[in-house]
Design a protein around this ligand. Structure first.
Ligand code: SF4
Length: 58
């Protein structure tokens, strides 16, 4: 599974970093995604919380 993030679509609501910080985090001012930081089910759940549609899994 691969998590993708569309920077232009993101509205910086921080739902992802608040709900799954083992995967979605800000390091040195940059948004990073730890692809294997949680189970596929957890990742899908939190991707579904993104209000802008900037996150997707494939
Ligand atoms: S939840 Fe979606 S809109 Fe909010 S910061 Fe994360 S990627 Fe951006």
């Amino acid at each position: 599974m691969k998590i993708s993030w569309d920077e232009k679509t993101c509205i910086h609501s921080a739902k992802c970093v608040e709900n799954l910080p083992s995967v979605f985090k800000v390091q040195d001012g940059k948004f990073v995604i730890i692809q294997d930081g949680a189970s596929a089910a957890e990742i899908r759940r939190v991707v579904g919380l993104c209000p802008s549609g900037a996150l997707s899994v494939s």
